[in-house]
Design a protein around this ligand. Sequence first.
Ligand SMILES: [Zn+2]
Length: 306
Amino acid sequence: MIFGAAAIEAARAPVQAQERPRRVSSTPESQAYRPITESEVSAQLRQEKYERIFLHTNADTAHVLFEIPGGRENFFNISLKDVDKFCDSRETKVTELLEVHTHPLGNYAFFFKELGYDDNEVQSFVKGEKPWPPAPPSWADLWLLSGHQQYYADRKISVSGQVFEPSGSWFYKVNPESPLMKDLTELAEVYQQKLARELSPLELEIIRSELSQPDKDPRGFSASLKQAGPEQDPDGARRNLSDKLAKIEDELMKTPRFRTAVENSRAIEAAGQKVLTAPVAGRTEAVSEYLDLCAKNGIQMTRSPR
Ligand SMILES: [Zn+2]
C-alpha cells in the first residue's frame, strides 16, 4: 500500500496544486502580500505550528519574501492560482520564482514522537537543550516543485524551492528531464488513465472527495481507505477500492523502469527520514547521504545550517 500512496501522490500533485481548497480564507486584495525578511521567518520557526508559504521573484528586493495569505497548514495547500496572481502583480517581468515554505517545530513535534523519540527528547529539542534534528524537504515537496517547474516552463519562469526549518535551510531544484522525474511523470499519467478506465464513477468520487480535504496528507490515503471501519464504510466500498488500487499498482510495477523510479523516490524519502531520526553523532553522515542521493537523481539540493 505504500506504493499506492506514492502513486496517488504522484498522480495528483500537479492537479491538486490547482484544485485543493484552502483552509484559511484570503485577506483582501489590498493587503494580500506581506513582505517579510528571512530572519523574521527563521525567528518564528520555534513558535509556529503550521507551515507557511512565501514567494520571492527576480522582481523583488533581495531577501524580502512575500507571504501568500491562506497558504498555511501545509505546503500541499499552495495554489497555482495564487502563485500566478503573485507573479502577475510584480512590476517587472518574472523570470525566476522561489517558492519557500517552513517546517516549523510545532509541526514536527508529533512526528518525532511517531519516529520513536520519547517525550523527554522532544522537550529537549523544543527547549533548545539539544540541537533540533534537520528537517529536509519531503519527497512530496520535491514532487510538487517538479510539477510547478513544468507548469511554469511554458511561461519561461524558472522555479526553485526552499525550506526553512529550525536547524537551517534547504535550497532545491529538480531536473524534470532526469530519468526519475520523466518516468514518474509518465507513471502518473498511465496511472490516471487506468483509474479513469477501471474505477466506477462512485470510486473516482471517493478518491476526489478524500483528496480534496485540505489537511489530508495524500501519503496516508490508501491506508486510510483500508482502515475505514464499518461506520465509515457500511457497504465495504472503501475497502474494495483499496484492493482495486493495489491491483492496478501491482500491474504498473511490472514495468521495470516504473518500479525503479518508485524505488528511487522511496529511497529519497527514506534518506530524508533518516536525517530526522539519526542520533546527533550520525547526522552529518545522514545529511550527506541524503544530498548524494538527491544529486544522483537529478535533484539539486544544498543545505545551509544555522
Ligand atoms: Zn515540506
